[in-house]
Design a protein around this ligand. Structure first.
Ligand code: PEP
Ligand code: MN
Length: 319
């Protein structure tokens, strides 16, 4: 199959249909072309530092909202790895609502992420918020995150795509699924096929949680695109107590992975402490998510870790 994108009126369908070897010419009806299942029906598996996202196994990205210090990052990295996480996250450039809030350590934070990768052995991901930083950020990490607030920063999408690094593209706070997939299309048009979508809650009239989890998005995205989708229940809920139940819900719905904020001392976190899990709670989450994954035909391989008892119970139930 050959996909051609561009202006439909410039496409010489009459000529193409008569070329040797051409069976049929079909229009792609979705506004997003490269991201569409019409073009590619098999799921794309994105690899971040060797970790597959979109295959049979679930991928779990965990770590602090922001990199605060070497001690904080390494403690978190060791704890999330021990609990079975596959990738480490941590913000060096924070897109904060208020200019007076902690903005991140910048380049120093990137160096600490590189150090954590080396010391702990997990691939790392961080958010890039400015086109001018893409090159530097790409030198230090295995994947770039485009945050919710920048989902339609088209210059940033193109620059990040051109870096060739895998990209985790978060859904804008008020973006429709179609707008989100068109944002992914901007990255794909740079020739970079390594895009992971991340649902992180949307703005609705409901004020009890920080955002409203659009669980339907998991099913809708799966039907319309071959790109993998993960969910971030931390930013969605804004409250650590609701992270675990929502993590289980999204895995049951078919998400390809999770992004979870973890901090060794959430009460003292410089950002998003209220939604950050203590390492022990994260360990519990991994243990409780594993049997849900199993129940829906997925696996959660808890790297470097013996499966905790709830998983064994579920396995024996499944047998
Ligand atoms: C984050 O992951 O640190 C973050 C800021 O998330 P979002 O862009 O979803 O708000
Ligand atoms: Mn955060």
């Amino acid at each position: 199959m050959v996909g051609a994108v561009g202006d439909k009126k410039d496409f010489p369908s009459e000529t193409v249909i008569n070329l040797p070897g051409v069976e049929k010419v079909m229009p792609l009806n979705k506004p997003y072309k490269l991201a569409s299942r019409e073009l590619k029906d098999t799921p794309t598996i994105v690899r971040i530092g060797g970790v597959p996202i979109g295959g049979q196994g679930l991928a779990v990205i965990a770590g602090p909202c922001a990199v605060e210090s070497e001690e904080q990052l390494l403690a978190t990295a060791r704890a999330v790895k021990a609990a079975g996480a596959h990738l480490l996250r941590g913000g060096a450039y924070k897109p904060r609502t208020s200019p007076y809030s902690f903005q991140g350590l910048g380049e120093e934070g990137l160096k600490l992420l590189s150090l954590a990768r080396k010391e702990v052995g997990l691939p790392v991901i961080t958010e890039v918020v400015d086109t001018r930083d893409v090159e530097l950020v790409a030198q230090h990490v295995d994947a770039l995150q485009i945050g919710s607030r920048n989902m339609q920063n088209f210059a940033l999408l193109k620059e990040a795509g051109a870096s060739g690094k895998p990209i985790v593209l978060k859904r804008g706070l008020s973006a429709t699924i179609e707008e989100w997939l068109l944002a992914a299309e901007y990255i794909l048009t740079t020739g970079n096929s390594q895009v992971v979508l991340c649902e992180r809650g949307i703005r609705t009239f409901e004020p009890s949680a920080r955002f409203t989890l659009d669980l339907t998005a998991v099913a809708v995205v799966k039907e319309n695109t071959h790109l993998p989708i993960i969910v971030d229940p931390s930013h969605t809920t804004g409250n650590w107590r609701w992270v675990l139940p929502m993590a289980k819900a999204v895995v049951a719905a078919g998400a390809d992975g999770l992004m979870i904020e973890v901090h060794p001392d959430p009460a003292r976190a410089l950002s998003d402490g209220a939604q950050s899990l203590h390492p022990e709670t994260f360990d519990r989450l991994m243990g409780e998510v594993a049997p849900v994954a199993l129940a829906v035909g997925r696996s959660l391989v808890l790297r470097d870790k013996i499966m905790p008892s709830p998983c064994f119970q579920a396995e024996s139930l499944a047998l």
